[in-house]
Design a protein around this ligand. Sequence first.
Ligand code: PMP
Length: 455
Amino acid sequence: MTTAAARNNDTLTRHVVYPFANANFLAVNPPICIEGGDGVYVSDGPGAHYLDGQAGLWNVNVGHGRPEIKQAIIEQLDRLSFYSTFGNTTNSPSVALADELCRLAEPEGMVRTFFSSGGSEANEAAIKLAKQYWRLAGQPLRTKIISLRGAYHGVTLGALSAGGVNVYKEQFTPLLPGFFQVETPHVYRNPFTSDPEALGRLCAELLEREIIYQGPDSVAAFMAEPVQGAGGVIVPPANFWPLLREVCDRHGVLLIADEVVTGFGRSGSMFGSRAWGVKPDIMVFAKGINSGYIPLGATLINAKVAAAFQSDDKSQFTPRAFMHGNTYAGHPLACAAAIANLRIVEQEELPANAGKVGAYLLARLKDIQKRHPNMGDVRGKGLMIGIELVADPETKRPFDLAENFGQRIWERCVAKGILIRNLADTFIISPPLTFTTEHADKIADTFDEAISAVE
Ligand code: PMP
């Protein structure tokens, strides 16, 4: 293996196709190759240490190098590295984790878990569960999926079709038929109103109009993130999710909560749905489920959905079997890591810590915003925070990306030892949930310094 010291920029980009990245850009701006991680810090080997303000990719929620998780993986590896969960066999970590997830999401009414290998796959399963649910429930025409503009549900074709960010979709059209997106309540950018409550109401009404327009008997499910993540950290008004639940109930539509980012504490509650006081029919998890130690996704269903898959028929492949599954579903190492991870989340009360430290960091950034007109909007919930840069605060006109305004701030942040994400001039801060207010200060002070220098 090439050591970090022996690598030059060219070797990092010669044979790799990087996700969501322009190869020509990377040839000039090679990625930082992270070699080590410890708690909230990562390092690029012999070079710099960074405070990890992005927790990998909003997933390393308990921090890097946790001995409890390492031990759980090693112990499981000593017993069994893999066995299939395809029905005629299973493995005990996946069974134990399903129990654990249903215990944690018991207040939301979840009773069964379907495993996969990541967020896209878990959403794919949610979409297919919803479609098959309606066939089994005797309404086979309910096939459409409605979601929100700005949503990110993943990259597989079903999850991508449900997504609402066009740059991710336009190279792959035509996508699946029967997917529709309605307006998201984006308080900072909408043409309707600056009153969050009114906006929440209006957007819930727009969803209802779409359901009625499509024909309620043709709509299988509505899916959304409790807080939109990759769309730029869009926090909906507090009335939006309760209204969504009411709209879905009025028209018999299933509600799918994509909790891939918000699950297990990031938004300041154990689940994003819980923060809004809403019980979805299907909940989708990945990322924080085991803090990324080994890839894992999970799709949970409530008793109503689960009941449709029950039958008196005892043969194996009845139409009531969920005809879907990935080889790595319920991977024992990933599930063992998840059980150890969730124990840490509960014992260290990380959802509450995310709420407390997130509120502190948000307040600090809003204070800094007063001195920097190019910080158009600072928003967030828990430890998911977005800073949207604008060229003109009055008109909210974005920067011409060729100006590289955000990129230059990012480079200064890196030089000063913090890693945060810059997504088209919206900075996303999503550190491990073990962050302290001192770590938050380091992020805020460094960002302040960096934007001051670039301005
Ligand atoms: N849903 C949400 C809300 C996400 O943020 C992501 C990934 N960022 C996904 C789904 C897809 O997950 P994965 O990248 O693990 O496929």
